[in-house]
Design a protein around this ligand. Sequence first.
Ligand code: NI
Length: 175
Amino acid sequence: MKRPILIHPDPRLKKMCATLPDVDDRIRKLAEDMLETMYDAPGIGLAAPQIGVLDRIIVMDCVKDEDEALNPMVLINPEIIAASEETNVYEEGCLSIPDQFAEVTRPKQVQVRWMDLNGSEQTQEFDGLWATCVQHEIDHLNGKLFIDYLGAMKRQMITRKMQKLKRDIARGKEA
Ligand code: NI
């Protein structure tokens, strides 16, 4: 089931999310809904707080080539355990900040540990776009958005645009 994506600014996007003790039916359904919501948007990553659920779970699929098979990933309680000194700059966007993009510098490679949907521990190294995406999504679990890496002026400009967008959406719904 597709779920509505919260638009910044929203207090739920600024919260520290809770660690999940184990995987149950609620989490399996949540992961399924998050993947459906992400693919529908479409986006390459989604974190639970973006649909208003304050749990540490993210989904992603950074396969861009349409001829390539889908590679949906579900990461529960993801943690960065190592990061390269070498950095990478990507023009980032966010489903909670539609149509706004800005360059963000992050480590080029990161090693991440998480719990999968079977409750097993996984560790994997991510590189390139996958590395940027996993760091962006883990930030969401700590109440951090990509615009928090920008200067105050740019961040305020984007936030004002989003406030206007939300007002327009609210008006549209009334009409
Ligand atoms: Ni995002």
